[in-house]
Structure formats: structure tokens, C-alpha cells
Design a protein around this ligand. Structure first.
Ligand SMILES: O=C(O)CCC(=O)C(=O)O
Length: 258
């Protein structure tokens, strides 16, 4: 149950930290499966979506292991999604980003999918599943609290979105923590200056009337679709003709994407 204080924090600041949301067992399973996938996919890893210098990525994770179904259906996270997006929302994509050791890359501040809130309100919301500790040195995410409500993109409003912002905060936390982030809020990964990677899983959701970033019905193999329960089918919008119309046309979206 999302307490009122959590709801207010999400609304005002644009993010909410759910410390220790993952059990040690789930954290271990996710880490293990993700390492296996990096190994199996090699150079192709992330290519269904994008390859980013300085980080390793995976895309289309719902299709790549039952453990990921538990992620997209997490009750506490879904309650936060409902608080931001309203009662009708769907998964937009499930990707991994692991910032490489000494990657030298500070991402510019951005809103995911280049999204600006519209007359109906917010339409993108992310959850960042910390699979490693996020520290001040290993590529934690910087965020500008409150910027989700400004209805402007950093690339339009700032002379240099890559520069430090006077209101930014660095989001550190222990592995196992999940941070729900209104994805209109300006944010970006910082440089990893350590010797170890920093891995996160991004379960990204969108409002019912917007396209999915990755059209799940096309991406999920029949054997994956066959094992999904009704709730998973609903979150993935597999039986939603409007989503078919909106998302089947998507070939790519501008801006930084999860
Ligand atoms: O470092 C992260 O995990 C988040 C990075 C990010 O904001 C993005 O890739 O759009």
C-alpha cells in the first residue's frame, strides 16, 4: 500500500525510493540471468533497442526469462505507476543498462522518450532496479527534483544539458533498492570512475493512450506469450487493439530512451 507521504513525495519531487524492495533471492536471480544474457548476446546485446558507448545494454527482457515477469508485476511499483500515470497504463519497455568501469560518460540531463507532460498529465514513469550499489563514484543517476512539472525539456531550456545543474541531486542507494522516477523529471547517468560495472534494470511504463517504446506483442515469442497470466497480458497490453494501432507503427523515438 503506497502511503500518502510516498504519493506526495512522488508528486512533488518526482521520485520515490523503495529501499530493499528486492529480496536477496530475487536480486541474485536477476544478476545471474543478466550476466548470462550479456554472455550469450555478446556484441549484439541491446541491439533490439540501442547500443550505447560506455555501457552494456539489454533490451526486450520480458522475453528473456520468467524472473523478469515478476519485475513488471511488482505490486509496490505498480501502485506508484498508478499514482503517476492514472489507473490505465502499460509496460513500455524492460531494459538493462550497466555503466562500464571508467566509462568517462556523463549523460546529458534528459526526460525519457523526450516526453513532456500533456493536458491529461504525466504519461511516462520509470522504475530503476539497482542491481549494484549506486555510489557517488560508480555512475549513479543525477536528478533534478520537481523538474517533471516544468513541462520543458532540458535540451530546450538549458544552454548545456551535460553541465551540472544547481538543483541536481545524486541518487545513491544499496543494491536491492528500486527507485520510481517520474520520467518527465530531468535526469541522467553520471560517469563511472570505479573499476567495477554499475548495473540497473529499467522497467518503464507509459499511459494507455501512448505507444509502447518496444511493441511487446511483436517482440514476445509465442512460447513466452503462452505462459503469461491475465495480469501480465494486461500490463503488456497484449489484448489491446488501441495499443496495436499506436505501437505497431513505432520504429524509433527521439531523445534518450531507457
Ligand atoms: O544510469 C541509468 O541507469 C539511467 C540512465 C538513463 O537515464 C538513460 O539511459 O536514459
Amino acid at each position: 500500500m503506497l502511503p500518502e507521504t510516498g504519493r506526495q513525495q512522488l508528486d512533488r519531487e518526482g521520485y520515490l525510493v523503495l529501499e530493499g524492495l528486492m529480496s536477496a533471492g530475487l536480486l541474485g536471480e536477476l544478476r545471474g540471468r543478466i550476466e548470462e544474457l550479456f554472455e550469450q548476446e555478446g556484441e549484439r546485446a541491446g541491439a533490439e533497442f540501442k547500443v550505447e558507448p560506455g555501457s552494456r545494454r539489454l533490451a526486450n527482457c520480458v522475453d528473456k526469462g520468467e524472473v523478469f515477469e515478476r519485475v513488471i508485476l511488482n505490486r509496490a511499483v505498480l501502485e506508484c505507476m498508478e499514482a503517476v500515470l492514472g489507473p490505465r497504463y502499460k509496460l513500455s519497455s524492460l531494459n538493462v543498462r550497466s555503466a562500464n568501469p571508467h566509462n568517462g560518460v556523463d549523460q546529458p540531463l534528459h526526460a525519457d522518450a523526450g516526453a513532456v507532460a500533456d493536458e491529461q498529465g504525466y504519461w511516462v514513469c520509470n522504475s530503476v532496479w539497482m542491481l549494484d550499489d549506486f555510489t557517488a563514484h560508480n555512475g549513479a543517476i543525477r536528478m533534478v527534483p520537481g523538474s517533471h512539472a516544468w513541462r520543458k525539456l532540458p535540451q530546450e531550456a538549458l544552454p548545456d544539458p551535460a553541465a551540472p545543474h544547481p538543483q541536481e541531486v545524486l541518487l545513491t542507494g544499496r543494491a536491492g533498492t528500486v527507485v520510481v522516477m517520474n520520467a518527465h523529471m530531468w535526469h541522467g547517468g553520471t560517469a563511472n570512475v570505479t573499476n567495477a560495472p554499475r548495473c540497473a534494470l529499467h522497467a518503464f511504463y507509459t499511459r494507455w493512450d501512448k505507444p509502447q517504446q518496444q511493441y511487446q506483442k511483436r517482440l514476445l515469442r509465442p512460447e513466452t506469450q503462452a505462459r503469461l497470466n491475465p495480469e501480465a497480458r494486461r500490463i503488456l497490453a497484449l489484448d489491446d487493439p488501441l495499443n496495436d494501432e499506436l505501437s505497431s507503427r513505432v520504429t524509433g523515438m527521439s531523445g534518450f530512451l531507457k
